[in-house]
Design a protein around this ligand. Structure first.
Ligand SMILES: Nc1ncnc2c1ncn2[C@@H]1O[C@H](COP(=O)(O)OP(=O)(O)OP(=O)(O)O)[C@@H](O)[C@H]1O
Ligand SMILES: [Mg+2]
Length: 347
């Protein structure tokens, strides 16, 4: 009943607006709990404690609502190699705040790489061939959020953006607004959490670390030298200082070493078990299968490869078992001669 839900939401917002205007009680207009968001993040993201701690401070600051008025609520740049949880972190925040993993507006900068695509961000100027005036890539509701919920925007692969797009973005970070070329429309980012992700610098920092692992500095017991500064040099190569200066915090996501594989597997299994729970079924994995699924993990490609194995090898076997043994509640998955089998669990 979307209509009734909208009315309820509108009522709640107007009550909260009145309260915010009149009461001496210091209540936040925002209806999300940093603790709740954080427990969702901590349950589902491994190996990125530093980034998560930064997210906690950000959420508390946003909830307190004491930021500058003519800026976005928060602007963060996530750096790091592929498949280590950058996008997943933003999706989980969206899920915890909006109840929906897709409660965010994602802009893929890779598709905007060519100069003239900048028009897609702001809508093409009048007479521009091939696109409608005023048509924009931004999903307004998701960008602007509501009185009680911040909007969320994710700019993925920001290093691929053209100079022109970066200039447009600079303006957004500066003023909290994006004015369309026609001049009669604008998008308001002042109620928005802005996240940007990039792999820029990740490779350089990784190479630096590997050289250290193999090099003489380590043998002599010297420190690796500053991999932060390696990252900063790479960042400066990709972005202008005026752009970097407008970012609240630049966070580096670590590459995931083998030690985290079991934890990643358990997160994925917990997700599958939540879905199986609706069918009154439950799954466990044999040790042999765990080893098999973690085999072939390559830190350079992040968690994706293992998750693919999980989805492509395990899930079809589970699906089949579910249909064949329709009265069975507990299943165990194992591996025999390289193929995954699922059978009834016996204690
Ligand atoms: N640190 C992590 N903790 C838990 N799950 C993770 C982690 N990193 C990756 N994953 C899993 O791997 C998938 C891919 O990760 P994600 O999309 O966040 O990669 P990314 O860091 O944004 O990489 P890219 O730079 O390629 O976009 C996620 O959907 C998630 O299930
Ligand atoms: Mg990503």
């Amino acid at each position: 009943m979307p209509f009734i839900n909208e009315r309820l939401e509108a009522n709640r917002e107007s009550i909260e607006k009145n309260r915010a205007a009149s009461g001496p009680v210091r209540a936040s207009r925002f209806r999300f709990e940093p603790d709740v968001v954080m427990s969702r993040l901590r349950e589902n993201i491994v190996g990125q404690d530093e980034a998560l701690t930064a997210m906690e401070s950000m959420l508390v600051r946003v909830k307190a609502d004491i930021g500058e008025e003519n800026r976005p609520l928060a602007v963060h740049l996530f750096l790091g190699p592929t498949g280590v949880g950058k996008t997943e972190t933003v999706r989980l925040i969206a899920e915890a705040i909006h109840g929906n993993r897709d409660g965010l507006c994602r802009i893929d900068m890779n598709t905007l790489a060519q100069e003239h695509y900048a028009a897609a961000l702001t809508g093409a100027p009048p007479g521009y061939v091939g696109s409608k005036e005023g048509h924009s890539l931004f999903d307004l509701d998701k960008v602007q959020g509501s009185f009680s919920k911040p909007g969320i925007v994710l700019f993925d692969e920001i290093e691929k953006a053209s100079k022109e797009v970066v200039r447009t973005l600079l303006n957004v970070l500066d003023t909290g607004r994006l004015v369309f070329p026609s001049g009669n429309r604008e998008i308001d980012f002042r109620n928005t959490l802005i996240f940007m992700t990039s792999n820029a610098g990740a490779l350089d920092a990784e190479e630096h670390e590997q050289r250290y692992q193999k090099g003489w500095r380590r043998w002599l017991g010297l420190s690796p030298g500053d991999s932060e500064s390696v990252r900063d040099v790479a960042l400066r190569r990709h972005f202008d200082p005026e752009f970097l200066n407008r970012i609240d915090q630049i966070l580096t996501f670590n590459s995931l070493t083998d030690n985290w594989l079991e934890a990643l597997l358990d997160i994925e299994l917990a997700g599958l078990n939540r879905r199986l729970g609706k069918k009154q079924a439950e799954l466990s994995l044999s040790t042999k299968l765990r080893v098999e699924l973690c085999r072939g993990y390559d830190a350079r490609y992040g968690a994706r490869e293992m998750l693919r194995a999980f989805r492509q090898r395990l899930e079809p076997a589970v699906a089949k078992a579910l249909l064949v043994h329709s009265d069975c509640q507990r299943f165990e998955a194992d591996v025999q001669n390289g193929s995954v089998t699922v059978h009834q669990y016996v204690e």
